[in-house]
Write a protein that binds this ligand. Structure first.
Ligand SMILES: [Zn+2]
Ligand SMILES: [Zn+2]
Ligand SMILES: [Zn+2]
Length: 317
């Protein structure tokens, strides 16, 4: 372990990625270098001019069917969940509901939430075993970035949000006509998807926000195929070979809104350590990343190792 002030031999930056939220994702050549920089982040930021903020990269999970009695904003709520599940102190640092409270149906008892862990080991335990939240056992999966939909023009995967949209008019997410979605009066059975209509797909009976929309599913499929982190159900940890298992090996697959019992059964089938194969796993040549001042979910990196598969997702450090 390199001491503070002494960089590990050969440590260097190998790239920087500018994120949509304005942040920068720094890539270093190995984990030791990233650990050293993390330990000396105060000095690094001072030398960067003192105006840059370092943001810890969280392991974000979607937890399904969480009782709505859980209040993620209540003081001490995260500590209670941590205590009930015997998580390391401070491992759970963030929780929020996915949908705004005002969009809940009357009498709704459960909802999906995003939980952020600072400790990948704790997040992986939650993937394997679920979590007790407000006396209910809930299960979840790793949050993977999905194609964005512009709430103004409704385009999916166009790389912009409503605030940056250059369209001269608003398109309705419910009927595809040129008006604000909130003013739409069509009934659910009369919905028309603007994206599917433009793509000559089956566009009646669903809106642009529908997760079962063929156009969205196509974009999602494309996005997941390019996401180097998607083949792995767990947050990769260089020191924990059981986290290297792939969806294929574990019987897992990323299925949005998959039923909890099905995923639970799949995840229980094989969670033991896997033999190291190839030269990338546990080789000590893994990449390392540090996120500076941005809120976007950072993407994965790709490193090619001679004689090894090209895939090299990020690892939590
Ligand atoms: Zn737009
Ligand atoms: Zn409309
Ligand atoms: Zn559609």
């Amino acid at each position: 372990m390199p001491s503070a002030g002494t960089a590990p031999p050969g440590a260097k930056f190998v790239g920087v990625q500018i994120l949509r939220g304005g942040g920068a994702l720094l890539h270093l050549n190995d984990e030791a270098a990233a650990r050293w920089l993390k330990a000396n982040m105060g000095d690094f930021l001072t030398r960067m001019g003192g105006t840059t903020v370092y943001k810890e990269r969280l392991c974000n999970m979607v937890m399904r069917f969480v009782p709505v009695s859980f209040d993620p904003d209540a003081e001490g709520a995260l500590g209670v969940v941590g205590g009930d599940n015997n998580l390391p102190e401070g491992a759970l640092v963030k929780a929020r509901w996915i949908k705004p409270l005002e969009r809940r149906k009357p009498g709704q008892r459960v909802a999906h939430a995003v939980l952020g862990f600072s400790d990948p080991g704790a997040a992986n335990r939650a993937i394997r075993d679920g979590l007790w939240i407000d006396s209910s056992r809930v299960y979840g999966h790793k949050l993977l970035s999905e194609p964005m939909r512009c709430l103004k023009c409704q385009r999916i995967g166009a790389g912009h949000i409503a605030a940056d949209c250059t369209s001269g008019w608003e398109v309705c997410a419910r009927c595809g006509e040129d008006h604000r979605t909130s003013t739409c009066t069509v009934t659910d059975d009369k919905r028309v998807c603007a994206n599917c209509k433009a793509a000559n797909l089956d566009h009646e009976g669903h809106g642009a926000a529908d997760r079962l929309c063929p156009f969205f599913k196509d974009k999602l499929h494309y996005s997941l195929n390019r996401n180097l982190d998607a083949p792995y159900p767990y947050f990769l940890m260089s020191e924990d070979p059981s986290s290297w298992v792939t969806n294929e090996e574990s019987g897992e697959a990323y299925v949005p809104n998959a039923s909890a019992p099905a995923r639970k059964a799949a995840s229980q089938r094989d969670t033991g350590p896997k033999p190291v194969s190839g030269t990338t796993r546990g080789s000590g040549r893994s990449g390392a990343e540090l996120l500076l001042a941005g809120s976007a979910v950072p993407c994965e990196e790709e490193k090619r190792v001679e004689g090894a598969p090209p895939r090299r997702p990020w690892m939590c450090i």
